[in-house]
Every structure is written in structure tokens, then in C-alpha cells.
Design a protein around this ligand. Structure first.
Ligand SMILES: Nc1ncnc2c1ncn2[C@@H]1O[C@H](COP(=O)(O)OP(=O)(O)OP(=O)(O)O)[C@@H](O)[C@H]1O
Length: 292
């Protein structure tokens, strides 16, 4: 497909992807473990106003308390920024949410019904929690379009099927994502030739084609140019509402542009929470993180 056609496709997009589309995405009928009811991607109970809920979570590594009584909740559609000094436990927290690390103790819920501690990493990803690590990991030899196509196929568990063809809705979804990540003009470009910022956007796009409910993003603007950082802020602001985002960053001006609520982690638990101005004025935060 040519960039022109993809661009045209992007313009045709209306947000018509329904829960039915998402339900059709799971070849296994969406059953992922021994819960009382099937869990479908996109089907998360947020009637209690939380898409993510952590209570009194603890993790120790060889006796060292990396996470120590962590409580946190994220609202549906929220864009939450997480800051804190090195070793505060930010990465470990994301590892717990995504099933990479098991806590010693605590509660971790996706919506109000899905106990994440009962699932493994691939199951949690399939439920709609996407994670972006700091370094971009796109397939450099493939084109931008092929990277997105592969992410969609892999998510649907059909990567091994040589006969898999994208349907119209899937092509529209890719076109929409290309537009969102500012790569509609680079559809056929080899991913290895993209700038660092473009690779980061492409990797975010590879998550977006999977329609995640919650996106965890680890230092997304590290190494970006100022212009790329501004465009990334615009991208995140455009994603909030439709997706929930948790962004770990050290770049304060970027956080200032995108954040409503900031959580400061320190020594494995929440030290402060509020607007950026509120946490920046907090003596304890100044002491451990921002400096005097
Ligand atoms: N697998 C592990 N084994 C032993 N210690 C670990 C392990 N993972 C993390 N830690 C320790 O737990 C603490 C929290 O680490 P974590 O990487 O979560 O912090 P962070 O806030 O993400 O830091 P940074 O901003 O430097 O990435 C650190 O002291 C780290 O050395």
C-alpha cells in the first residue's frame, strides 16, 4: 500500500472499533485463566473509577525492599506521570503490573475485577496492558507498515499463519495509528532508517494497533530532540482519554507539558502526589529528588 493510500485511509477513520472487534481478536475465545468469567481485550470493569489499583505491594530482592507498601490507582483515560530518584522502584513497579516480577505481598488489579497477580506476562499484554521500554525495539529491516502489521498479527496470535491477510478494519486501524504517530508519510520506509524519535513513535504505534487500555511508558523522550519531544507531548495528549497512560520520566519540562497528576516514588512507596507544582513545592520531594 502506498503512503498516499494510507494517508487517505487515515482520513476515512472514524473511531468505530467496537468491543466486538476486540472480542474477535482472541482466537481462544478470550479465556486466559481460571477466572469466573471470560476476559476479553478491551473489556475491563472501570465502573469504580479505576483502571489500575495497587494496594500495599511489597517486593524484596535478597532482603532489599525495592517496593515497600506501594499504593497507587489510575483512573480510566488518565495520563499519570511517575517521577522519583534512581532506585525508587519505578521500573520494578512496571515489572509487577506487567507480570514480569511477582510481589511478595499486595493487591494489583486491572479494573475492579481482574486480579493481575493471577496472570503471566503474555496474558497481561493480551488483556490490554502495553509496555514501552526505554530503548526502541522495532524490527529495523522491516518497513514502518510491516512493523505495525506484525504487531497486529502477533497480538492476534496468527504470526505463524502465512495466509493471514489484514481485513479492512485492521488496515484502517493501522492507517489511523500511522496518522497518530506522525508516520503516515513514511509507510514504506525501512524502520532502521528512522530517527531515534520516529523509532520510539513506531514502537508506540506497535502497541496502539493492539488497542491497549493502559500504556506503560518508560522514559519515552530520553534521547529525543526538542522538536521530537514536543511532538511526543502532543501524541500523548491525543492518546489520553481513549487510553490510560503511565509515563515514567525525568524530563520536568516534558512532564509539565503533559501532566495533570504526578506521583513521586521514593524507596519503593509513594512520597507525594499532586500537580507538578504541588510536588515541586513539597520539601520532602525537594530533599530526595529535585535538589535545593
Ligand atoms: N532483579 C533485581 N535484583 C536485585 N535488585 C534489584 C532488582 N531489580 C531492581 N533491584 C533494585 O531495586 C531498586 C529499585 O530499582 P528500580 O530499577 O525499580 O528503580 P527505578 O526507580 O526504576 O530507578 P531508575 O530511575 O534508575 O531506573 C534498586 O535499588 C535496584 O538496584
Amino acid at each position: 500500500m502506498t503512503p498516499d493510500l494510507m494517508e487517505a485511509g487515515a482520513e476515512r477513520i472514524s473511531h468505530r472499533h467496537t468491543l466486538e472487534d476486540a472480542a474477535g481478536a482472541t482466537e481462544s475465545g478470550g479465556r486466559v485463566a481460571s477466572t469466573a468469567r471470560p476476559v476479553l481485550p478491551g473489556e475491563v470493569d472501570v465502573t469504580h473509577g479505576r483502571i489500575l489499583y495497587l494496594e500495599d505491594v511489597h517486593v524484596s530482592f535478597d532482603g532489599f525492599k525495592a517496593i515497600n507498601g506501594l499504593n497507587l490507582d489510575i483512573a480510566p483515560g488518565e495520563l499519570r506521570c511517575i517521577i522519583g530518584p534512581n532506585g525508587a522502584g519505578k521500573t520494578t513497579m512496571m515489572d509487577i503490573i506487567t507480570g514480569k516480577t511477582r510481589p511478595d505481598k499486595g493487591t494489583v488489579y486491572f479494573g475492579s475485577t481482574i486480579d493481575l497477580l493471577r496472570y503471566n506476562e503474555p496474558q497481561i499484554a493480551a488483556m490490554g496492558i502495553g509496555r514501552k521500554f526505554q530503548k526502541p525495539t522495532v524490527f529495523e529491516q522491516l518497513s514502518v507498515f510491516e512493523n505495525l502489521e506484525l504487531a497486529l498479527k502477533t497480538h492476534k496470535g496468527v504470526a505463524q499463519s502465512m495466509n493471514f491477510k489484514l481485513n479492512g478494519a485492521q488496515r484502517d486501524r493501522i492507517a489511523e495509528v500511522l496518522h497518530t504517530i506522525h508516520l503516515a508519510g513514511s509507510v514504506t520506509r525501512q524502520a532502521g532508517l528512522l530517527s531515534h524519535g520516529q523509532k520510539q513513535w513506531l514502537e508506540i504505534g506497535m502497541l496502539l494497533v493492539q488497542e491497549p487500555r493502559l500504556l506503560l511508558l518508560d522514559e519515552p523522550v530520553a534521547g529525543m530532540t526538542d522538536e521530537e519531544t514536543v511532538r511526543t507531548a502532543e501524541l500523548f495528549l491525543s492518546l489520553k482519554g481513549r487510553h490510560s497512560l503511565m509515563v515514567v520520566e525525568h524530563d520536568m519540562s516534558f512532564i509539565d507539558t503533559i501532566s495533570e497528576k504526578v506521583t513521586v516514588l521514593c524507596d519503593g512507596s509513594v512520597l507525594a502526589e499532586g500537580t507538578l507544582a504541588q510536588v515541586q513545592a513539597d520539601e520532602r520531594v525537594i530533599e530526595v529528588y529535585l535538589g535545593r
